[in-house]
Each structure stands twice: as structure tokens, then as C-alpha cells.
Design a protein around this ligand. Sequence first.
Ligand code: M3P
Ligand code: FE
Length: 314
Amino acid sequence: MSVMRIGHVALKVMDMAAAVKHYEKVVGMIKTMEDKHGNVYLKCWDEWDKYSVILQPSDQAGMDHVAYKVRQDADLDALQSKIQAYGIKTVMLAEGSLPSTGRMLQFHLPSGHEMRLYAMKEYVGTEVGTTNPDPWPDSIHGAGAHWLDHVLLMCELNPETGTNHVADNTKFMCEVLEFYLVEQVVVGPNGAIQAASWLTRTNTPHDIAFVGGPRAGFHHASFFLDSWHDVLKAADVMAKSKTKIDVAPTRHGITRGETIYFFDPSGNRNETFAGLGYLAQPDRPVTTWTEDKLWTGIFYHTGDAVPSFTEVYT
Ligand code: M3P
Ligand code: FE
């Protein structure tokens, strides 16, 4: 009964043609499918399932849902009971609710974000295959992202009303979905308020993160790159294509990731993320960042506050 890894993120976009161009030419994804509703499905070259991003036509930006893949179909029944016993309602969506995808267990995190779990998605293979593969395909383009790495969701945090959906989500993810806490930011008197958390199911420093803010929303979807040099080259790709860069290449203290933040044409924030940083383990001691070093955690080199980074999200 286990969640394996992030499977896909469904993002709402306002100009489909511009969005597809962005995820293809800048992030470097491949369009694999379009459905009758005009939703477009894309994958990265190093991913083997049919898609990891769904672009949905909408009149506003933001995340529709994030999905994680579980090991086997029966896990969905076991997790449904477990999630419902925790007090969260679930719906089992029939196979084919999303094309090329098996049944999905749909529910909302305490923060209100929609999450789905599924066991089956059509296998299409990576661009280099499985027999004597090359290290990268000739078709590589744009930033050449390897795979969707994680999402960061903004959660309502209001100490005055006692609302802390970061802590609520963290507890749920750990107790019910068996993620483990890798890093956290604590604020307030005696650091009693968990204001952000980074959680994993795999061995990467995070498969999902939650950060507190005035309202729930979508902060970013992050795509994996191999090296710091690839991060630099991704920034070149963005400059050449006049992509709006939010934060130029730098390093996070948190997770030690090497990063760039940028926006898709609808204003959904993306990240390219390199450097495994460390191998996350369930028994690795949790790293804690204190309020006075919060910005060092976010942008390690300058430690400078960039309010727009935490205030602007979809
Ligand atoms: C990351 C990461 C924020 C911190 C973000 C950190 C939004 O994106 O990948 O480690 O405060
Ligand atoms: Fe990130």
C-alpha cells in the first residue's frame, strides 16, 4: 500500500497555443496527446508513462489537481479506506476519466488542493528506450527537462485564527500516505508554527512541498535537470525565448537544489531543479530552518527577502 512517486500535474492555462509552445520549446517536453475537450498532455524525454503535465483550457491560471502513482491497483482500495477513516471524503473516478489512465482516487487535502492517486497510466517508454540506451536523445530541445520532480502548494496559514494548513497537510501526508518530513521552516514564539514543509516518498529531497500564505494556491511545478550547467543553459533558453524569469539561477539552502524560477505564459510558476542535494531517507534527521534564516533557506547565496516570490502565485 504505497505511493510511488509524483505522476502528473494538471495546470489551467488561458492561451493553449502559447502554453504548449512554452512546455515544448522552453521546458523541453513532448506533446503526446490531446483530448476532445482540448486538454493537452505532455511528457519529458526521460519519463516512460504517457504524460506528466496536462494543460487544461481555462479563463484563469492555477492548478486543477496533482496526481501520485501508487504501486498497484489494490492499493487504491486500501488507501481509500485509510483516507476516509482519517475523515477525508474520497471519490473513485472510473478508468478512462483521464485518457490512458486507470481509475483514480480523488480527494482534497486539508488545504483544499485536489489530489488524485492512480495505479495505471499507459506506458510509452522514454526517448532513449531500454536496450543499450544513449544517455540522452537526439530530439532533446529547450531546457531538456528529464522529469516532473515536485510541486509546491501554497496553504492557508493564519496564526490568529489558528489555521495552519501546512501542518494539517503535513500530518495527513505522513500519517496516511506515508510520506516523510525532510525539511521544515518554523516560525513564531519558540518556533511553534510549522510554516513550510518538504516531504518525500522517494529518495529525492522532496516530492511535494507546502508553504504557508494568506490563501491556498499553486506556487510551482518543478522539472528535474541533471547539473548546474544544465540549469545555466536552461536560463539561456529562457532568455532567448523571452520567457519571464522570476529568479535567475541560484541555490536553495533548503534541499540544496540548484534552481531557476520562471513563468509559463498564463503566469503559472515553473522551476528547473538540479542537484540531488542529498539522498533522503526515512531515518534522516529532519532539517529545520528558523524564521531568522528563512530567506537563507530559500535563496542561499544572498539570503535576501524577495517578497514577490512568496506573495505571487496562481
Ligand atoms: C523550493 C525547492 C519557497 C521555497 C521553495 C523551495 C517557495 O522550491 O524546490 O526546494 O519558499
Ligand atoms: Fe521547488
